[in-house]
Structures are given as C-alpha cells and as structure tokens.
Write a protein that binds this ligand. Sequence first.
Ligand code: NA7
Length: 533
Amino acid sequence: MKQPDFEAIIIGAGMSGLYQLHRLRQLGMKVLVLEAGTGVGGTWYWNRYPGARFDSESYSYGYSWSKELLQDWDWSEHFAPQPETERYLNHVADRFDLRRDIRFESRVASAHWNEQDRLWVLTLTDGTVFTCRFLVTAIGPLSAPVVPKIEGIPSFKGEAYYTALWPKHPVSFAGKRVAVIGTGATGVQTIQEVAKTAGSLTVFQRTPNWCAPLLNRPIPKEEMAQIRAGYPALFDRCQQTFAGFLHTADPRHTFEVSQEEREAFWEKLYNEPGFGIWVGNFMDVLTNRAANAELSAFVARKIRERVRDPAVAEKLIPTNHGFGTRRVPLETRYYEVYNQPNVRLVDIKDTPIERITETGIVTAAETFEFDMIVFATGFDALTGAFDRIDFRGVDGVRLREHWQGGPKTFLGVQVQGFPNMMMLMGPHTALGNLPRSIEYNVDWVSRLIAFLRERGISRAEATAEGVRAWTEHVRMMGEGLLANEVDSWFTGINRNIEGKTTRIIARYSGSAPDYRKRCEEVVAAGYAELALG
Ligand code: NA7
C-alpha cells in the first residue's frame, strides 16, 4: 500500500474543521486542512453581510473544550455580531497555532477513494493533488450559496451582492435605492440594517417567515465575569437540552393550561431574548396542529400591533406554514422597519419578479430602478456542499448519485461505500445549537480515528445494515413533526436548483442527548457496527 501525503485531511476551516484539526493533532497525526477562503471561520468568514449575528446566546455558542480559551475570551453582546465571531475564531486559530496546518484558497473539486492503497485522493480546483488515509468533511450544512433562478441577474449594472459572499470592503447604503430579495433569517437581519441608512429600501418577499424578537443587549464586564463563573453549569445545561440550546421545551401541553395562562406564557416568551419562544415553548407546539395554530395566531397579533399599515401587516403574516415549522428568524425592530417612509414591501407571490435588467427589477406589475440589489436568497442546504465536490467512493460510485432521493448515512457520520470518510455536521446528525453538536461530532470522530490507529486498522466503513437502520430511524424521528410538512431548507427544498423540489429527510429531528446515547453505544460495542479491516 502506498503511504498517503497526510494521515488525515479536513475539508473546511470553520468551527468544525478548526476543532477537528486541534483534536487530530493531539493524537500526533500529520493533518492538513483545506480551506476555500483566505481566512478561518467558515460561516463566520463568508457571511459578513450587514447585521449578521448569532441567534443563540454568544456564551452558549463558543467552544467549551478549552478552559483557557473560556477564561481569555469576553463576549461583548448576548448575541454577538459577525465581526466579533470572526475575531473569536481567529483568536482560536492563533492561540492553538492552527494556521500552520491550514492551506487557504484551496477549494476541493474532487475526492476519490483509492481502494488498492486505501486512501483518498483530493484534487483542488487549481489541479493540486493531495492524498490522505482519513478524510473528514467539515463543509457545513449551510455553506453552498445559491444563485436564484431569476432571468437577467448578470445584466444589472449597479452594485449586486450575495449575503453569503459579502465583500470585505465596506459597503455603503447611504442615500441609495436598495433592493433586498429574500426574507429568511439572513434577509431579516440584512433588511433591519439596510433600512437604517438607505435612501429607499424595497423588500421583495416571496414567503413571509414567522419572526420573533432577539432582544440583544451588551454584556458589561461584571456580567461577563458572572457568565464565566457559570460556564460549567451552562455547558452542562446545553448537554441536557433537546437541541443544545440554553432553552428547552416546557413539559406542559398547550391545552393543558387555561387560555389566560397560555397567553401569559407566550407573552413572557415573546419578551425574552433568543429562541425561547421557538424551542422553549409548550412541548407540543411543533407537533400538534391546533396548538401550533393558536401560537401562530398569538404571533400574528403581535405583527399586527407592530406594523401600522394593516395591508402590509397581513402580507408579513405567513399563511402557508405555522410558527416554528421553518427556521424562526430572530429580529430587532424588523416589523417596525415597514413603518418607515423609506421602506416598501413588494409581495412577489402576487406580482412575481419577471426579470432583472440593467437598471433594476421588473415584476408582473411594475418596473423598479435600483442602485443596489442584495440577494439574501439562501443556500443549497444540508447536502449542497456535498453535491459541489465530486466525491467518489468504492467502484467510483458518486455520492451525489448514491444520495438521490435523500441522504443515507450511519449516524450522519459515515456512508456505506465511502470508507474512511467522516462527516462533521453532515446530513442526519443532530444540528441544533451547532457548536455543541460540532464538539460531540468531532470528539466522536477523533475517538474512532484513535481506535483505528491504535489497532493499525486502515479501513472503516459503514455497513448496509447500519445505514439502513439509522436512515430509517431518522425518518421515524421526523414523523408527526409539522416542519416536515412544509417546504423549506429543513426539508431540502430549493426551487432554484434542479432536482431539489421534492421533500427529503436530511435533518435528524431527535434530541441531541438521544443522538449521543446512540453514538456511545456504537463506541461501547467496539465499533462492531462498522466494517473494519
Ligand atoms: P433561507 O431561509 O432559505 O431564505 C431564503 C429567502 O430567499 C427566502 O425568503 C426565499 O423565499 C427567498 N428566495 C429564494 N429564491 C428566491 C427567488 N428565486 N426569488 C425570490 N425569492 C427567493 O436562507 P437564509 O440565508 O435566510 O437562511 C438560511 C439559514 O442560515 C438560516 O435558517 C440560519 O439557520 C442560517 P421562499 O421562502 O423560498 O419563498
């Protein structure tokens, strides 16, 4: 067998890739990270659009694996803005001297398994080739930006930006006629910010989303000291909650309490920071249709109270899905933006965009002129980053084809026919508060690789039975979940992409503790559920 250039290659230097590098180095391995960007941070490197920030509490989002790091980093806001997170991840890279093993501006075009030598052969877009024994993908569930299917985009002569590819140079909206297309979590954050200075802002909304207040505020020094003292308890709590957030569902059912109590509880949640109203609500609001309808009606009332023009308010209230069945964007005076004289909402369900021209946007009803168009049109989520690399496993099987109709995985980490490839935050893994899931995922993969190395095992592959059982388990966990009856990136729908118009189960909907329990069973049984050899 030929020896590879590296024992392991990690694709991606975001939150997963950085920690994975650190862990594999601790095992004494020769590791290379290939990163497409010029800096570390992944999501927090690329998404530098105005207003980008956490929707989970900063201190619940940072890494928990280094006491020293927890000691020396202060978060300045409860929900930190992107520049701070990017600084944080750069600080991590420096503190642990990670950069020397990261090759920047290195986009992987293909990764092919070589059965004879039991190694992966990676080719970059510039033709450079590297080989490795173990391949760890740290390519993110929301990292493949999509160009929307709208005619004429390249013809626009003004400034045009994609939120997920935002330039590093400052962009001014002052006095400009700005269009924003898209009203997901990204669009909402962008719109709030652009509205502050734009001469005019026109929002093109296809589907409204149910948004809830973020209620961000600064963290004074004394409060940071208290947070720091409470870190062990805080991370302990995140380990126990359903999705790794500080919030977790209330054990009561919606209709178990009186209407007054219900309203009072929702009022309290609506006035508290973060995802509480989504993941800390009555335990059945995301599964019980009537409960969900009642909660949606409550939030709809809030929108009507906040938006002055009743016609605009109605357009901002979703009618094709209930609260929390798509990702809930958290907002800061988002609805009030539509009370500003410089802001206009265009409902493109009523009057679709026909095309983009040199000077603006033409809808079925009107012609608009703009100085700038911002595309907040989302990602090819969950499987998109995998589709963009030509992964080929045993007998040259393409991952893309192997996953036709939906991903098939073992624990969301391994795929049958793709030996020695481990996925971090791949489809079918517990996502939730990502860094909490990332840390577990990375630790699990590191333990597996350590096990293999200690025993001189050069090949580990998921079995057909392991994949069948896990994929079926993931499907079953999603049964009854209202979110799985709705089109969104959660269900793999993206109408801008051929072949992504049928819902798939790519998201694990069980609890993070249950996910970890199952993964630990696999370890305890000496990885007997994998084909090793
Ligand atoms: P999302 O949540 O997928 O939102 C994309 C938005 O762009 C959404 O409002 C779409 O409308 C809209 N969109 C997409 N394509 C088009 C076209 N062709 N024409 C008009 N409007 C379009 O992406 P985000 O970046 O906001 O958030 C993704 C996740 O990243 C987020 O959930 C966080 O977890 C982080 P649609 O709803 O499809 O009608």
